[in-house]
Design a protein around this ligand. Structure first.
Ligand code: PEP
Ligand code: MN
Length: 366
């Protein structure tokens, strides 16, 4: 993928941050009243958060849920901005939302996960932002599609937005597991390899969907060198009109933040660097062996393919793959490896084996 988003500006160029990482954005899921906003945000200011957040228009799955107070909530947003002297971010999904956000002097906009999925929507937003110098944060699309996320960023960039941020809020999956939205960390990591200058922020609230898991997800984001966190907070989460289970009191947020361990990206400790280099050299050797072993396995697969062809037998043998998928993850588990990890590897091996053997079968036809 060729990307030319070189002029994306670093966070420090447009927001006064504390020297220490991470950047913290906090605030309620939804702006519910001026009192709720002030109560919550004045406490957040005490924690020295860098930016506030609040939902004004809420894209809810069902129309019976609370959909935000809309324009009526914007004076409350402005009031907390003035009372705290902190920048505030809200979600926008239409050109009309943008017009109103600008009218009420909102500092930062974000595009929600349910909007990022739709290129028509994102283009309309980008068009409405042409010529406006405002930071825009783009949440990942609800489905695990990196290209859609990047595409949204490109549309905004082409409209002249340079203060861009990506927010990782997890991906919707068919099966509900531990998290409300599966983190799928490899997707934001891949995004960073394409766009190393794009600030990346984690939203543990929407990943976890519950307060208990916030700490571990926030920590993992820092371990992966994310620039910041967006966490939902409410002065009394039990009263919250949306996402009550995942919001925390400002006091609890303070605790979470104080327990986070901020890692160093690098060090000039020579002993550490030498040790690390040694370990990496060993990993390089193992990787070479791993690839040699994969090549040897594929050579045997080809041999089996030739043999099947000579005997006019189908490539795909269900019982054989059933056995492989049953046994290999179990072998892995006995060696202390995560079963799903081995299962994923064997899915890839399976696809490649079928591809190889199909090639062999086709050779015969040609
Ligand atoms: C939110 O931030 O409150 C929100 C609606 O998030 P998302 O777009 O990630 O679902
Ligand atoms: Mn929310």
């Amino acid at each position: 993928m060729k990307l030319d988003l070189l002029e994306i500006q670093p966070l420090e160029s447009w927001i006064k941050t504390k020297k220490r990482k991470p950047l913290v954005i906090a605030g309620p899921c939804s702006a519910e009243s001026e009192e709720q906003m002030l109560q919550t945000c004045l406490q957040l200011k005490e924690l020295q958060v860098d930016m506030l957040r609040a939902g004004v228009w809420k894209p809810r799955t069902r129309p019976s849920s609370f959909e935000g107070y809309g324009e009526k909530a914007l004076p409350w947003v402005k009031a907390v901005k003035e009372a705290t002297q902190l920048p505030i971010a809200i979600e926008v999904a239409t050109p009309q939302h943008i017009e109103l956000a600008l009218k009420y002097e909102v500092n930062v906009l974000w595009i929600g996960a349910k909007t990022t999925v739709n290129p028509f929507n994102v283009q309309e937003i980008a068009n409405a932002l042409r010529g406006v110098d405002i930071p825009v944060m783009v949440k990942n699309p609800v489905n695990p599609d990196l290209a859609l996320w990047i595409g949204a960023m490109e549309r905004l960039y082409r409209a002249g937005i340079r203060k861009l941020v990506a927010i990782h809020r997890g991906f919707s999956t068919f099966q509900k597991k531990r998290y409300r939205n599966e983190p799928m960390w490899q997707i934001p990591i891949e995004l960073k390899t394409y766009l190393p200058n794009l600030p990346l922020i984690c939203d543990p609230s929407h990943i976890t969907g519950n307060r208990e898991l916030l700490q571990e997800i926030a920590q993992k984001a820092l371990d992966l060198n994310y620039e910041g966190l967006m966490i939902e907070a409410h002065f009394n989460p039990t009263l919250a009109l949306s996402d009550a289970e995942q919001q925390v009191t400002p006091q609890r947020l303070g605790q979470i933040l104080s327990e986070l361990k901020v890692r160093l990206v690098t060090t000039d400790n020579l002993e550490f660097l030498n040790q690390l280099e040694e370990i990496r050299a060993k990993i390089d050797n193992i990787d070479r062996e791993l690839i040699e072993i994969l090549a040897a396995r594929m050579a045997l697969v080809e041999q089996a393919g030739e043999y099947k062809r000579e005997n006019n037998i189908t490539i795909f043998q269900l019982e054989r793959w059933d056995e492989i998928f049953r046994t290999r993850p179990e072998w892995g588990r006995k060696m202390g490896l995560y079963k799903d990890f081995i299962a994923e590897i064997y899915k890839l091996i399976h696809v490649e084996s079928i591809r190889k053997q199909t090639e062999i079968m086709n050779k015969q036809i040609a």
